[in-house]
Design a protein around this ligand. Structure first.
Ligand code: MLT
Length: 390
């Protein structure tokens, strides 16, 4: 037996596990500290009423002989795929049902999709970005190239024709910077991908935070994207499903074999999302569900504003928070990302995410999330202002 040596090329642990370990150690040594967690993008508001009602009903159905369900279709029940189809239709994208695959979230599918691609493919990933894209490709032994995202390009790198890539990752609105591509910029990426005969893996997990209707919510709003892109989305941030687990992946049939290959992969390695959860997910797309989740998203957006207003007062450079739940800031006093992480935890008992955990270009930057409670966000920003107001 030979183990997969590629694992030895990874950081010792996944970014958010490293942070959790550090915070737990601090909490054990400082039992009285009131720690405020603005690190991992985990939601805090409960599931909305429409979702809870759907869950109750589905649980009751599972307790009755006539309505009990065993194995479901691996690619998701039609009732949920219809809801997703209508949601896309509402922003001008026509999908067929068998292009929609229901999953337990974008993170899993972003990793699993790599089953479809040869090991020799070259991967292009923006830096900084969600660490899952890089780690999953390192595990598979693929070569990873980076597209520089920085202050100068507004953390929105554009294609460079001199760079040859087969698999291109785009996350918009971006985790961690909150930057969002407009239609013209995405069109350039689509053009580049087609020229290179490459595939774009488009992570749209934060689309519901887009505040400006002229910005695309889906890559399929861009002409030609059907021939070169797969899209991943999740209800985690949209509807508070981080613990409930449900997402969807769109694999257009115009991509040729890939749609059938993904179906083959899913039917072999996945048994589908629980019926109960799919009923809950379908409730998100009802009129009542959409109204309720919008209220929750607005709550988080207000938190984002509280954070940016404080940073403004402290004269700390920052972006994000407008089309995303994340605020991306320059660490004060030229600290490195991890130095600032330690200072915030030890002195102010605030947890954030070091920018360098998202890539080399993230060094010297830091991410705060607006997913905390309003009370905690206000309290954290009071502590912050006291420490960093010049
Ligand atoms: C994050 O904080 O970047 C996200 O919550 C991680 C995730 O969605 O897996």
């Amino acid at each position: 037996m030979k183990i997969n040596e590629n694992y030895s090329k990874l950081e010792q642990s996944y970014l958010f596990s490293t942070i959790a370990k550090k915070v737990n150690e601090f909490a054990q040594n400082n039992p009285d500290a009131k720690i405020i967690r603005l690190g991992i993008g985990d939601v805090t508001l409960p599931l909305c009423n429409a979702v809870i009602q759907a869950l109750h009903n589905a649980v009751d159905e599972m307790g009755q002989q006539a309505t009990f369900r065993g194995y479901g279709p691996e690619q998701g029940y039609d009732f949920l795929r219809e809801s997703v189809k209508n949601y896309y239709k509402s922003h001008g994208v026509d999908l067929e049902l068998d292009e929609i695959f229901i999953s337990d979230g974008a993170k899993s599918d972003l990793g699993n999709i790599l089953d479809l691609f040869d090991k020799e493919n070259v991967v292009l990933v923006p830096d900084p970005v969600y660490p899952v894209y890089v780690d999953t490709n390192i595990m598979a032994g693929r070569k990873v190239l980076f597209a520089n995202a920085n202050k100068e390009n507004g953390f929105l790198p554009m294609p460079d024709k001199a760079v040859k890539a087969d698999i291109i990752y785009i996350c918009s609105p971006n985790n961690p910077t909150g930057a969002a591509y407009n239609k013209e910029q995405l069109s350039e990426w689509v053009k580049y991908a087609k020229e290179q005969n490459a595939i774009i893996l488009y992570d749209a997990a934060y689309e519901c935070f887009i505040s400006d209707n002229s910005l695309p919510r889906s890559i399929f709003e861009i002409e030609g994207a059907n021939d070169c892109a797969i899209e991943f989305c999740s209800l985690s941030k949209t509807a508070g499903f981080t613990g409930t687990r449900c997402g969807y992946t769109i694999v257009p049939k115009s991509l040729g074999k890939l749609n059938q290959m993904w179906l083959r992969r899913q039917t072999t390695k996945f048994n589908g999302v629980p019926y109960i959860v799919q009923r809950a997910a379908a409730a998100v797309f009802t009129e009542e569900g959409q109204k309720e989740i919008r209220e929750n998203i607005n709550y988080y957006k207000e938190n984002a504003k509280i954070i940016s207003d404080t940073l403004e007062k402290c004269n700390i450079w920052h972006v994000g928070g407008k089309h995303s739940p994340y605020i991306w800031l320059k660490c004060p006093n030229n600290m490195t990302s991890w130095e600032f992480f330690d200072e915030l935890l030890n002195k102010l008992q605030i947890v954030g995410t070091p920018g360098s955990g998202f890539g080399q270009n993230g060094e010297g930057f830091f991410r705060l999330t607006s997913f905390g409670s309003k009370e905690n966000t206000i309290e954290a920003m009071k502590r912050f202002e006291k420490a960093y107001m010049k």
